[in-house]
Structure formats: structure tokens, C-alpha cells
Ligand binder design. Structure first.
Ligand SMILES: Nc1nc2c(ncn2[C@@H]2O[C@H](COP(=O)(O)OP(=O)(O)OP(=O)(O)O)[C@@H](O)[C@H]2O)c(=O)[nH]1
Ligand SMILES: [Mg+2]
Length: 291
């Protein structure tokens, strides 16, 4: 019996969070076509035959001078040291420069490259890409094409991963999907709905805090605050006659209900907090970026 931790690292939009959901066969992480979507690490417990793999989804690696973004990148880099194996995820279209930059971080544990989104390309392009990576073959243990949409080579990937884990008792109950709390998962589902319903900058000036998640016999009651930085953003989040906030609530409720297999009563409150992205104390205390 093996059990171990695998950090999922890579540039934004490579499909790290989608990979977690696809390997778990359950949606627990926030996925978005927008950049820098993931803000917090979420763990997923995947059982592969008798072995247990704990995947850690991390924020995408990118360069930025903003306090919030720097904290996100630092937390991803920290995750590279807190695991037995790294999956470096790149889309089949990504430049190898991203991988070279990852190597400059000098990962201390072995890594496997997952070449994702192969459903969007043809064999010739894929072969060429594999060939390009081959010149780094001294650095990686394996390179595996993958598609989160089609789950090609899923077993091959899981078989390869367990080779690098140690014999160990299960770290977590094998019946659990995640050790992350309900509140953490729900907050990210609400944030994902904000990404889906609002354009460019607004999701980045907004955050979510779940203040209550209480289970009654046939219902989960959730109270959440949406924090935003200005009154005009608050007005946009709410929308004319509350239409936008209603849509965010409806979408989030659907996702949460799917995961929790229960009815959901979701109360959303929009709160203005100026410059919250620069308030390190607030970020550390409320938003768990560093954990
Ligand atoms: N066609 C296709 N799309 C994919 C695949 N994997 C991910 N995507 C899409 O790529 C986009 C980014 O996926 P995410 O999983 O959010 O990417 P990420 O690496 O977690 O991004 P950050 O959290 O910003 O670092 C989403 O729109 C996904 O639906 C895949 O295998 N095939
Ligand atoms: Mg992500």
C-alpha cells in the first residue's frame, strides 16, 4: 500500500485544476478560461487500485508585482517542496520556455510532464512537441500526453505516478474525495461563477468568504460574502434589479448542489473593502492564500 502527495504545477491556463477534476472524476476545483483563476490550494484524494494519491492543485506560475499575485506564486513554489512528486502541466500549445523557467526553480523532487489538451491538436503537432521536450529528458521521469476532456492515458498516468510514491499507510480516509473543507470548496465554486458571469477585471477585484455552511436534514444553508473594492464594482456585481447576483447565485448553487448531493440555500452579500488586494493582513487572515 502506497500513499503520497503530488503537487500540480504549471503556468496559468494549462489545465491544472481541470486535471484534478478529471483524475478524481468529480468536480471539486475551480476551472476557468480566464488567467490566474486558482487562488488557493485544493487537495484531491484519488485511489488507484490499492494506492492513494493526494493531488495538490496550485495557482499558476506567472510574473507579477501585485501583492496578491506574488502570494499566489509563492504558495505554488512552496507546494513544490511539500510533496513526493511534481506533475508539471503544460498545454500542448505552450512554449517550452515555461518548462525551462520551471527548471530554474530547481525542483527537489522528481517530476513528470503532463502534456495536456491533446484533444485540440493532431498527432503530427503532438509528436513534434514531444520531440522538443525530449532534449530535457535528463530532467523529467516521464512525459505523458493527456486530455482532461477525453481522459486519454489516464491509467498510464496514474500507474506512472505511483512508482514515485513510498510505501505508507493511507494519509486520508480512502472514502473521502478531499480533505479540504466544504467552506473552501463552496467559496471557489462561487468564485468560479463570478468568473463566468462577469467580464475581465471584475473577478480579479472580487473575493469570496463563506461565513456559514450549515447542514439541515434536507438542505445546506450557506452564507457567503462577496468582497469587492469599489462601490461601482458592487453595483456591477449586483446588476440591474439584482439580475447579475441572482445569476451568480443560481450557477453556484447548481455546482454546490451537484457536489453535496443536497439542496442548497445560498445567501450572497456584496461588501466593499477598498484595496483589499494590497492589505496583507486581510489576505492572510481571511483568504488562505498561503496555506
Ligand atoms: N479542450 C480542452 N480544454 C481543456 C483541457 N484541460 C483544460 N482545459 C480548459 O483550459 C482552461 C483552463 O483550465 P484550468 O484547469 O482552469 O487551468 P489552470 O492551469 O488551473 O489555470 P490557473 O488556475 O489560472 O493556473 C479551461 O477553460 C479548461 O476548460 C483539455 O484537456 N482539453
Ligand atoms: Mg487552476
Amino acid at each position: 500500500m502506497k500513499s503520497g502527495f503530488v503537487s500540480i504545477i504549471g503556468r496559468t491556463n494549462a489545465g491544472k485544476s481541470a486535471l484534478v477534476n478529471s483524475l478524481l472524476e468529480e468536480k471539486i476545483t475551480l476551472v476557468s478560461h480566464k488567467q490566474n483563476a486558482t487562488r488557493r490550494k485544493i487537495k484531491a484524494i484519488v485511489m488507484h487500485e490499492k494506492d492513494q494519491i493526494i493531488f495538490i492543485d496550485t495557482p499558476g506560475l506567472h510574473k507579477s508585482s501585485a501583492t496578491l499575485n506574488q502570494m499566489l506564486v509563492e504558495s505554488a513554489i512552496k507546494a513544490m517542496g511539500d510533496c513526493d512528486l511534481i506533475l508539471f502541466v503544460a498545454s500542448v500549445f505552450d512554449d517550452l520556455k515555461n518548462y525551462e523557467e520551471f527548471l530554474t526553480l530547481k525542483p527537489k523532487v522528481p517530476h513528470i510532464i503532463v502534456l495536456n489538451k491533446v484533444d485540440l491538436t493532431d498527432n503530427a503537432t503532438l509528436l513534434k512537441k514531444l520531440n522538443d521536450y525530449a532534449k530535457f529528458s535528463d530532467h523529467f521521469k516521464a512525459i505523458i500526453p493527456y486530455s482532461c476532456k477525453k481522459k486519454t492515458y489516464k491509467k498510464l498516468l496514474l500507474d506512472e505516478i505511483v512508482k514515485y510514491l513510498d510505501e505508507h499507510e493511507y494519509f486520508y480516509d480512502p472514502d473521502f474525495l478531499t480533505p479540504s473543507s466544504q467552506k473552501e470548496l463552496y467559496r471557489d465554486f462561487i468564485l468560479e461563477s463570478i468568473y463566468e458571469n462577469l467580464s475581465e477585471e471584475l473577478p480579479y477585484s472580487s473575493e469570496v468568504i463563506v461565513t456559514k455552511a450549515k447542514e439541515k436534514s434536507n438542505l445546506i444553508i450557506i452564507d457567503a460574502q462577496i468582497i469587492t473594492d469599489t462601490h461601482s464594482h458592487k453595483a456591477m456585481l449586483i446588476g440591474k434589479d439584482g439580475i447579475t447576483i441572482k445569476r451568480i447565485g443560481k450557477d453556484a448553487r447548481k455546482k454546490i448542489s451537484q457536489l453535496a448531493q443536497n439542496k442548497i440555500l445560498l445567501n450572497l452579500y456584496v461588501i466593499v473593502k477598498k484595496n483589499w488586494q494590497k492589505d496583507e493582513d486581510f489576505l492572510k487572515k481571511n483568504l488562505n492564500y498561503e496555506e
